[in-house]
Design a protein around this ligand. Sequence first.
Ligand SMILES: Nc1ncnc2c1ncn2[C@@H]1O[C@H](COP(=O)(O)OP(=O)(O)OP(=O)(O)O)[C@@H](O)[C@H]1O
Ligand SMILES: [Mg+2]
Length: 244
Amino acid sequence: MGEIIRLNNIIKRFYVGQPNELEILHGISLSVNEGEFTSIVGPSGSGKSTLMNLIGALDRPTEGTYYLDGIDVEAAADADLSDIRNRKIGFVFQTYNLIPKTTALSNVELPMLYAGVSKGERRRRAVQLLDLVEMSERAKHLPEELSGGQKQRVAIARAMANDPAIILADEPTGALDTKTGRLVMDLFHKLNEEQNKTIILITHSPELASETDRIISIRDGNIVDDEYLNGKQIDLNQWKKEGV
Ligand SMILES: Nc1ncnc2c1ncn2[C@@H]1O[C@H](COP(=O)(O)OP(=O)(O)OP(=O)(O)O)[C@@H](O)[C@H]1O
Ligand SMILES: [Mg+2]
């Protein structure tokens, strides 16, 4: 099981050099192994999404180094970075971010189009992925015709399109009811267990975090706790009291 994500002393500042300069991440070091299912928890505004954007190479750190599957992200040109991102990482967001007026099937095909996959192969794989998330019957439906949970399942199929090693999910169940959130969570477990996907999940739910392999807690831009669970029970009540 090799290291797939390596952050060394990552600092993220916004408005650099301006009077309103803000330092949001203060020196994050983090290593994630292939196949790990990790959750990131912390209060609103603590820097979780900022960190996720850096891990997903959607944004660059102000200082520090980041190796994504051995690739030095700092050294990569922007064009290379978007290609690396498209192939190595699948994103799942709280608000689904599906392309409107475009069928579920086409939404899943899109990342493969950018990756230069042939039309026939795109279609074949998109059909297969919609089947995996049990959305075959809605393949020709538009996002606006789908429920929240159905949209999220299509979004997960899309995240899987280029068979990424890593899935980054920022509050993927945040807009769903408990039962639907459960379906989405089950899908992540399946992808982790059956396909060895490395999954990083941002969540406000201690219950959901407690079913992953590892919980990283962030507060005010620092990692304050990093715990491998190894099946051991954590005290959810204590956690709720602390208001994470
Ligand atoms: N592009 C940006 N420019 C300036 N400040 C930003 C930017 N993105 C985030 N921030 C600031 O960074 C801090 C952390 O934001 P972030 O979105 O990472 O928090 P979070 O932990 O994901 O919170 P939540 O749980 O509410 O999603 C906030 O104070 C936010 O205002
Ligand atoms: Mg956030």
